[in-house]
Write a protein that binds this ligand. Structure first.
Ligand SMILES: NC(=O)c1ccc[n+]([C@@H]2O[C@H](COP(=O)([O-])OP(=O)(O)OC[C@H]3O[C@@H](n4cnc5c(N)ncnc54)[C@H](O)[C@@H]3O)[C@@H](O)[C@H]2O)c1
Length: 438
């Protein structure tokens, strides 16, 4: 790091945008202080290098959305498994070819659970996409921030209260110096955004009640016959409470985030139940860690606003519905993942006043463009605390459901909630920076 700073200082060339990034990386305490828009000068249009930590479904999807829709090139990859690295590399090399960019350099392919430490230091990485299992998110975020890199962090930001505090702290360190986006794409969708703006403008009056739900199918297993237990557990991480946080924290969080957004608050307490009605076993997942397949919760928000939340991951192929209905003193709003967003006023106020499109693929493109623009302009956006707040809201619900008792926000926030995965990642083998053949 010191060398990079010295190189930047000694350079006689006019600094490029990348030079500023490099300089910042080396700046005190490893944190980047990128100057304002003008600092980028004529190179403001040069593309940002993206390093992906966790090359699975979402790493490929988010990385593809960045590469196809923004001024971002994928320049580095990190994962635990060769097959993930190979297929992801092939896919981004294809996009690079189409766009006339260089392919990912062999020296920027990292394998091994600690190799994220090397990826974040790569001079080719300006922005880090964190799409690993949620348990690892605090480690990966802290490393990226310490290296002075901007971040797109997938939700949830962590799986326990301890991890959320770490994310809040890393967010504070990055404040005003780096952009950190968290993967809540609904916040950038036209239909969702307009509906919530109308709620905030008072169009449905005071919200008094909410009905919210996330019903979906059981998820596909990723283990194969003969696979070692450790590998099967990591590949099947979505079924593992410690690695995912359970379905409420990992998946249902999208709904809870909308509730916090609409109500501009987090709950004061929660109560609920959960269970495993149909999910009896999953390859590689120890019984103590096997995720539930349904949750039923009541969240109590300030001003006596009561929100019900139901979810499942059942083998009910075909029935999927995810959304939020808010009942206000003047009308009702309805936002669903797969149908138009609506606001309907009470009869005496008129009938339907708003209907708008919901398209989360478009929403994510808007979000990624906003993140890239924030980096290029130096008007950094930091969503770490907001992401932690929504994650903590799901953890509050989880604590209530696991204990069968009402739990207050205060009690949850001060608790020593911390998962011990009992994973021995060193047993996976190679921790070296580069392991694949070119
Ligand atoms: N915003 C959304 O709508 C959305 C949708 C899907 C997934 N996600 C989130 O994206 C993240 C990844 O989910 P996914 O569906 O891509 O899972 P996935 O299993 O398809 O991919 C995860 C990848 O991470 C790798 N990995 C495992 N342990 C790792 C470690 N310690 N370090 C680095 N890599 C590791 C795995 O090998 C795998 O390739 C999760 O946080 C998930 O909640 C968000």
């Amino acid at each position: 790091m010191k060398n990079k700073l010295d190189q930047a200082k000694n350079s006689t060339k006019a600094p490029s945008r990348r030079d500023f990034v490099k300089t910042g990386v080396a700046a005190g305490a490893g944190l980047l202080i990128v100057p304002s828009a003008t600092a980028f000068g004529s190179t403001a249009n040069s593309s940002l290098g993206l390093g992906i930590i966790g090359c699975g479904g979402r790493g490929n999807y988010d990385g593809g959305q960045f590469a196809r829709n923004t001024d971002v090139r994928v320049t580095a990859l990190m994962d635990l498994f060769d097959d993930r690295l190979e297929s992801t590399r092939a896919s981004f090399d294809k996009i690079a070819e189409e766009k006339g960019y260089a392919k990912i350099s062999q020296t920027n392919i990292f394998k091994g659970w600690r190799s994220y430490e090397t990826l974040v230091q790569s001079k080719d990485v300006d922005l880090v996409l964190i799409t690993s299992p949620p348990y690892f998110h605090p480690d990966h975020l802290e490393a990226a921030v310490a290296a002075g890199k901007h971040v797109y962090l997938e939700k949830p930001v962590a799986t326990d209260v301890h991890g959320c505090h770490r994310v809040i702290k890393a967010g504070k360190q990055a404040n005003g110096k780096l952009s950190i986006h968290v993967g809540f794409q609904k916040r950038y969708d036209e239909g969702y955004r307009t509906t919530i703006e109308k709620i905030h403008a008072g169009e449905i009056g005071d919200i008094v009640l909410g009905q919210t739900f996330y019903y979906t199918n059981d998820l596909d297993r990723q283990n194969k016959d003969g696979m070692p237990e450790l590998e099967a557990r990591i590949r099947n991480w979505v079924f593992d409470k410690a690695l995912s946080g359970d379905i409420l924290v990992e998946q249902n969080i999208h709904i809870i985030d909308v509730v916090n957004w609409a109500l501009k608050a987090h709950p004061v307490k929660a109560s609920g139940i959960c269970g495993r009605a149909m999910r009896k076993e999953v390859g590689g997942i120890p019984a103590e860690f096997l995720c539930n397949d349904h949750f039923i919760l009541t969240y109590y928000y300030p001003n006596d606003v009561h929100i019900s939340f139901n979810s499942n991951q059942f083998k009910n192929k075909g029935y999927r519905q995810q959304g939020e209905r808010f009942f206000g003193t003047l009308g009702v709003s309805e936002t669903m993942q797969s149908s138009p967003a609506k606001i309907t006023l009470n009869k005496e106020q008129g009938i339907k006043v708003y209907e708008g499109p919901v398209n989360l693929n478009t929403g994510i493109q808007v979000k990624m463009k906003a993140l890239v623009e924030s980096i290029k302009s130096g008007k950094f956006e930091n969503q770490a605390e907001q992401g932690a707040d929504s994650t903590l809201t799901t953890i509050l619900g989880r604590m209530a459901a696991y204990s069968g008792k009402e739990v207050t926000w205060e009690k949850m926030f001060k608790s020593d909630d911390k998962w011990n995965t009992k994973l021995k990642l060193d047993n996976l083998g190679s921790n070296s920076a580069v392991s694949m053949k070119g």
